[in-house]
Design a protein around this ligand. Structure first.
Ligand SMILES: Nc1ncnc2c1ncn2[C@@H]1O[C@H](COP(=O)(O)OP(=O)(O)OP(=O)(O)O)[C@@H](O)[C@H]1O
Length: 233
């Protein structure tokens, strides 16, 4: 399989402060990676460093073998990085369908296809962003990222603050993206067990460094390691 992404000794942060230190990892096409860790250890910073929104102090980021370390954020998105930020950024005065058509790029994903993945969005197609529940906004944020036809989907705490029934719906959709369609994903999640059940590989951060890497299934089966690394009960 072709190499999709490589972080090579990346240190990055905000202004002079460094919050990610010497991060190195690789992803192949079709890989799925859970990024776990306690609050404030740098999980979101990892995703936004990939999107070019932190200050890089050292190291390089290779995307399909090309160094994108200096590439502006919009070009990273155009080259196949589909970012679903924690804040969701849904526009109050655009309808569901307008959110989707506004960003559409040619490729596998169409409005009809994302409606099949999220039937709830089809029911709400004419509703404005501010008329959606938190769960529907999250579905729309993922659907909008898919409309750009990304090669790698970056999900930042997609289940945060959502009711169990919505978490189930989102889990089903993300699982189908990963398992049936072979889409490459990085999932940052506080729900460690859920993220591990959705992915093939896992990485745990602590104070900006990688402190654990393994396949997701073996970490999921190791209660002691989960407690020690991510404080999961
Ligand atoms: N815009 C910013 N400016 C300065 N420091 C920041 C900024 N955003 C995050 N930080 C700091 O960077 C560190 C890592 O934060 P980050 O949000 O990446 O962690 P996280 O693991 O995603 O946490 P959480 O689970 O709480 O979202 C924290 O110490 C945080 O205070």
């Amino acid at each position: 399989m072709a190499e999709l992404l490589a972080f090579d000794n990346v240190s990055a942060g905000y202004g002079n402060s460094v919050v990610l230190e010497q991060i190195s990892f690789r992803m192949q096409e079709g890989d799925s990676l859970a990024v776990l860790g306690r609050n404030g250890v740098g999980k979101t910073s990892l995703l936004i460093t990939l999107m070019g929104l932190t200050r890089r102090h050292a190291g390089s980021i290779l995307w399909r073998g090309r160094d994108i370390s200096r590439m502006p954020t919009h070009q990273r998105a155009q080259s196949g990085l589909g970012w679903v930020p924690q804040e969701r950024f849904i526009f109050p005065s655009l309808s569901v369908e307008e959110h989707l058509t506004a960003v559409a790029r040619p490729g596998e994903w169409t409005v009809d296809k994302v409606y099949r993945l999220f039937p709830r969005l089809q029911e709400r197609r004419g509703n404005m962003g501010n008329q959606l529940s938190g769960g529907e906004q999250q579905m729309l944020a993922i659907a909008r990222a898919l409309m750009v036809n990304p090669s790698l989907l970056l999900l930042d705490e997609p289940m945060e603050g959502l009711a169990p029934v919505i978490v189930q719906e989102l889990t089903r959709a993300i699982r189908s993206l990963v398992e049936d369609r072979g889409l490459s994903v990085i999932v940052v999640e506080q729900h460690a067990r859920l993220a591990l059940s959705l992915t093939r590989r896992a990485m745990v951060l602590d104070r900006g460094r990688i402190v654990h890497e393994s396949d997701s299934a073996s970490l999921l089966a190791d209660d002691d390691a989960l407690r020690r690394l991510v404080a999961v009960a």
